[in-house]
Design a protein around this ligand. Structure first.
Ligand code: ADP
Ligand code: ASP
Ligand code: MG
Length: 424
């Protein structure tokens, strides 16, 4: 008998029928003799819809109130799921993030979990009830305010609870059969990856493969929680994310490229005509950091010999674009740069694979495939196991498809099924 944490994403509980289907799955797990703790996301696109609603009443909603609003989505689905399970004859009890003991810092909208005290969850289990926990939310340690963990945060709730409860595994149920070599919504011939290491999954998630939230993977690696990503619409085996090697004892490190990821959530800022003087880059990025904004890629050109001026470009989350531009405008005179440019019509495409450490020519193959597809590269960055490029937003699909093909990742038979969700 195992203790399993099961997380059901929004597309799995999009409507009443979905909730009843998920309830049946949970009951079947219990009947197979396992203890189960459930984490649930908001129904369908509820979180986006609540966000849109907030924007209609205020262009810049106070972060505390936005969190209060967004967390309502998960409260709806947790209560409905508990009712559906009760209707099948088993005891179920729903809990908000706060009731479940998910303690966070007070960074509204992107709060970090600092402690998990799941006393009430353990109590419900001991009582023979199935705990249903609202994902994506917690309570701040200092202010005792309701917080959210960032988009896709229910994945992190699930892994954090699994770690705190000492669960045997964490199952992430979604609308595809696991982690694929590319987003099945773009590449229909993408292949399911049966097993992937934490470090490769970290890079995939960091590069936009939203099937798992980045923080969830970080958390799982730190506490060594094995994750099984699979579909709630089928009974197929999914993808195991763990430190172990792949099926059949074959080392996962052997694949040169495990997958291609893309991200349409970033924007690019160019600080143009920056005097090439010691300390100015530090000044610019101190302003950005001061506004609480994380940046991704940075490119600085060599300065033009005639003018002594250079350009610095960097990418950041689109959601932080306005705040970053405002912060930089405020120091334009002090830093002495000429101009600020903002471009949110970009996308990032990345190839990820531990095997590239020991294989030359990966960049050449990647860039060659993009050239053949007529895609222009605007920026490049690399890590030990990843190469990323920034391209025009309209070229993202073509770039992903071309890279997937160039690294021979295409399956001969289509196995990537998208069962639900709107892809929003
Ligand atoms: P949920 O509502 O279950 O949390 P998400 O929409 O957050 O689901 O994540 C699942 C989606 O992630 C899939 O529908 C798919 O479009 C997208 N996705 C992006 N990259 C990948 C990938 N490499 N493998 C599988 N799915 C991916
Ligand atoms: N409902 C939240 C979101 O849409 C959290 C989640 O689904 O994981 O981001
Ligand atoms: Mg998700």
């Amino acid at each position: 008998m195992a203790l399993v944490v099961q997380k059901y994403g929004g597309s799995s509980v999009a409507d009443a029928d979905g909730i009843k289907r998920v309830a049946q799955r949970i009951v079947a797990t219990r009947k197979a003799g396992h203890s189960v703790v459930v984490v649930v996301s908001a129904m369908g696109d509820t979180t986006d819809e609540l966000h849109d609603l907030a924007k209609q009443v205020s262009p810049l909603p106070p972060a505390r109130e936005l969190d209060m609003l967004l967390t309502a989505g998960e409260r709806i689905s947790m209560a409905l799921l508990a009712m559906a399970i009760a209707n099948l004859g088993l005891k179920a009890r729903s809990f908000t993030g706060s009731q479940a003991g998910v303690i966070t810092d007070d960074a509204h909208g992107k709060a970090r979990i600092i402690d998990v005290t799941p006393g009430r969850i353990a109590g419900a289990l001991a009582d023979g009830a199935i705990p249903i926990v609202a994902g994506f939310q917690g309570v701040s340690q200092n202010g005792k305010d309701v917080t959210t963990l960032g988009r896709g945060g229910s994945d992190t709730t699930a892994v954090a609870l699994a770690a705190a409860l000492g669960a045997d595994m964490c199952e992430i149920y979604t609308d595809v059969d696991g982690v694929f070599t590319a987003d099945p919504r773009i590449v229909h011939t993408a292949r399911r990856i049966p097993a992937i290491s934490y470090s490769e999954m970290l890079e995939m998630a960091a590069c936009g493969a939203k099937v798992l939230q980045l923080r969830c993977v970080e958390y799982a690696r730190r506490y060594d929680v094995p994750i099984h990503v699979r579909s709630s619409f089928s009974s197929r085996a999914g993808t195991w994310v763990s430190e172990a090697t792949g099926a059949g004892g074959e080392s996962m490190e052997q694949a040169i490229i495990s997958g291609v990821a893309h991200d349409r959530s970033e924007a690019k800022i160019t600080v143009a005509d920056v005097p090439d003087v010691v300390g100015l880059a530090a000044k610019i990025f101190r302003e950005i950091a001061g506004a609480g904004i994380n940046i991704d890629m940075i490119v600085q050109n060599v300065s033009a010999a005639t003018t002594g001026l250079t350009d610095i470009s960097f990418t950041l989350p689109r959601a932080d674009g306005e705040a970053a531009m405002a912060a930089l405008r405020a120091v334009q005179a002090d830093v002495g740069f000429g101009n600020l440019l903002y471009d949110d019509r970009i996308g990032k495409v990345s190839v990820v694979g531990a095997g590239m450490r020991s294989h030359p020519g990966v960049s050449a193959t990647f860039f060659g495939a993009l050239a053949d597809a007529g895609v222009n590269i605007e920026m490049i960055s690399t890590s030990e196991i990843r190469i990323s490029v920034v391209v025009d937003e309209n070229d993202v699909d073509a770039a992903v498809t071309a890279a997937h093909k160039a690294f021979e990742l295409d399956a001969t038979e289509v196995e990537a099924v998208v069962y639900g969700g709107t892809g929003r």
